[in-house]
Design a protein around this ligand. Structure first.
Ligand code: PMP
Length: 405
């Protein structure tokens, strides 16, 4: 069978990257990995989950937990989330929230909802690799969202028309972004809203890391700033994508979208068509554990990740040669390194795996145009401080050897 003949054109945009192939090597036990942006499983609230599962089964709720349920999501969880959103400056009701299977599914659905082939998605340069992966299936054109570049809305709109579409949305991971660790300040969020107003396009606010602030002042979500302008969420163009993956546990695959009920209603139709609903039991257990200990648990993991961030920054300060720059994130899981112009992050990874047994992600994977060859992403979430010190010291050695200094 010649499968190429039967694959849809969209599959042409869905390729395994060379980097993913390289990262398969990570299964070796002696590798220190700064590659995966994943929580440390030692920090999962496993006991609380065990108790919650037991309670659901002991209290006669097993039938509901094992049954089909509504596409919108488990109502007590949506109500709890509405309370959380209100605390973030987004007063709303359960009708403004759809539960998704991780926020990754929300990105897929929002791409499906808005992008026709040739339409434009504005994304950061770099941006979350998984967002590009989700949107690619809908064959968009990407344009560079760069708050500092002073490009006019008309410029973006004209460039979009050239490929036969229009700008449908701006996607941004506004807090402790993956991959840079950077946070958009209030002024940048306001000007993004101004730009979206001028383009009459949606804003996708990816808040996967929102709860993981270690220090500095918190910045209101873009959706909260827009709501303050409009008075009601129903007039807002921002769609906020949240996740329990970085706070409680990613394996349960529970995330949410919060936005205007009109859009949530469309997404519910999409969810019905795609997978009917997210796992009932997982939503129930997340609602139990979140209700019991969300704030306390987030306080615990923030402290652990802060210590790891501090360890990584301290050893970077000490070990990196002249000419290497990096971000100093106020939260999240990532530090972003920029090497001198012409350095090759992918070649460095190959060498690093071979000689130092240290892994990271070459930055070019996060650029829609494949640029950024001289950047790399380091995640500090997965290893304890002493391992971070050893790994970064080894990376520093390698870089001093290859860059000099
Ligand atoms: N957005 C960002 C910025 C992420 O880093 C991730 C996970 N790596 C996701 C969304 C998806 O997470 P999940 O589907 O587990 O909620």
């Amino acid at each position: 069978m010649d499968w190429q003949q039967v694959f849809a054109t969209r599959m042409g945009r869905m390729k395994a990257s060379e980097i993913r192939e390289l990262l398969k090597l990570l299964d070796q036990p002696d590798i220190i990995s700064f590659a995966g942006g994943i929580p440390d499983p030692a920090l999962f609230p496993s006991d609380a989950f065990q108790r919650a599962f037991a309670r659901i089964f002991a209290e006669g709720r097993a039938e509901a937990a094992l049954q089909y349920s509504v596409s919108e999501g488990y109502l007590p969880l949506r109500q709890w989330l509405a309370g959380q959103m209100a605390a973030l400056g987004v007063p709303c009701g359960a009708q403004n929230i759809l539960i998704t299977s991780g926020s990754q599914q929300a990105l897929d659905y929002l791409g499906k909802l808005m992008l026709s082939p040739g339409d434009t998605a504005l994304v950061g340069w770099p941006t979350y690799l998984g967002a590009l992966g989700a949107f690619n299936a809908y064959e968009p054109r990407y344009d560079r969202l760069d708050p500092g570049a002073n490009r006019s809305a008309a410029d973006y709109a004209n460039a979009a028309t050239a490929t036969g579409g229009r700008v449908k949305f701006a996607y941004t991971s506004a807090d402790f972004a993956n991959p840079t660790g950077r946070t958009l300040d209030r002024a940048a969020r306001e000007s993004l809203l101004d730009m979206a107003d001028a383009l009459d396009c949606a804003v996708i606010e990816d808040a996967a890391y929102q709860a993981l602030r270690f220090d500095g002042d918190s910045v209101p979500p873009i959706l909260a700033l827009e709501l303050a302008r409009n008075g009601t969420i129903e007039d807002c163009r921002t769609l906020y994508c949240g996740s329990f993956s970085k706070t409680l546990a990613p394996g349960l695959r529970v995330g949410w979208v919060c936005g205007a009920a009109e859009v949530i209603g469309r997404l519910v139709l999409m969810k019905q068509a795609a997978d009917l609903h997210s796992a009932t039991l997982n939503q129930m257990v997340i609602a139990e554990v979140a209700g019991e200990m969300f704030d306390a648990h987030v306080t615990t993991i923030r402290a652990a990740y802060r210590e790891r961030r501090d360890a990584m920054l301290a050893v970077l300060d000490r070990e990196m040669p002249h000419g290497v720059d990096w971000t100093r994130p106020e939260g999240g899981m990532f530090v972003w390194l920029t090497l001198p112009e012409g350095a090759d992050g992918a070649a460095l990874l190959a060498r690093s795996l071979q000689t130092e047994k240290v892994a990271f992600v070459p930055g070019s994977a996060f650029f829609a145009d494949g640029s950024g060859g001289n950047t790399i992403r380091l995640s500090f979430s997965h290893s304890p401080p002493e391992v971070i010190e050893r790994g970064i010291a080894a990376l520093g050695r390698l870089l001093r050897g290859s860059l000099g200094g």
